[in-house]
Design a protein around this ligand. Structure first.
Ligand SMILES: N[C@@H](CCC(=O)N[C@@H](CS)C(=O)NCC(=O)O)C(=O)O
Length: 234
């Protein structure tokens, strides 16, 4: 087994975050594509949440860790990767805040807006899983899409204010988490503000193949979903 083993699902942006990071950081790793292979007793013993990405690494108390941001934080701490996760407390606080804001506020809205199109399951209690008609479900997804603009602008005006990345001159793990997430908005042809398109280009340019190679898996899935919706043979 490699030093770092990531169990992943290729069409996922939660997974994409960890996949970009581990390449950009130059760490030794292997990836296990667990599509159709999760939810087994063996997998659940390592990952009772049954969620990916999952890191297996010998130094961890239980040998395994889920949650994309926690995985990136742990590997930065372990390998002294200050360029992705600054140790200066105020700079680190900005990176942490941007990641918590994404996970706690932006991602749930993005999931409600895009998962119906992407064909992904949603949580119990959502309109998408409730016993309501399709028009109500469509309206809920549209409402969530409309609600994305304020947090997106908050990210822009606060975390990127006057700097190319949350991390300053270089992408931090918060930048990786935000950029990877925004990839899913292509599925609903979301009208990005100009700054967001520029930010995504800047991220890909800064990280090169470390970004493009795993992002291609997500992009191919999004293109497939869109071709199905358009009735075009895949
Ligand atoms: N907040 C978590 C979200 C993890 C998550 O929801 N992972 C999804 C893939 S996008 C998953 O593994 N779902 C279980 C499944 O699809 O069976 C993270 O950032 O890692």
């Amino acid at each position: 087994m490699a030093t770092n083993t990531l169990s992943i699902l290729k069409p996922s942006v939660n997974n994409l975050s960890a996949r970009i990071f581990i390449r950009a950081a130059g760490l030794e790793f292997e990836e296990l594509d667990v599509w159709g292979k999760k939810s087994t007793p063996e997998f659940l013993a390592k990952d009772p949440a049954d969620l990916t990405p999952l890191l297996e690494e010998a130094g961890l108390p239980r040998g395994s860790l889920w949650e994309s941001c926690a995985i990136m934080q742990y590997l930065c701490n372990k390998h002294g990767l200050d360029r992705f996760y600054p140790t200066e407390p105020a700079e680190r606080a900005m990176v942490d805040s941007a990641m918590f804001y994404l996970i706690g506020t932006f991602y749930p809205l993005l999931a409600r807006a895009t998962y119906p199109t992407l064909g992904f399951a949603q949580y119990a209690g959502e309109a998408a899983t409730a016993d309501v008609d399709d028009a109500t479900k469509t309206k809920a997804a549209k409402d969530a899409e409309a609600a994305l603009a304020p947090p997106l602008e908050a990210f822009h005006s606060f975390f990127l204010s006057g700097r190319p990345f949350v991390g300053g001159d270089r992408p931090s793990i918060a930048d990786i988490r935000w950029a990877a997430t925004l990839e899913f908005l292509r599925s609903i042809d979301y009208q990005f503000p100009a700054w967001a398109e520029e930010y995504l280009s800047r991220m890909e340019e800064a990280l090169g193949d470390a970004y493009t190679e795993p992002a291609t898996d997500v992009r191919e899935y999004v293109a497939y979903v869109k071709s199905q919706a358009a009735g075009v043979p895949a």
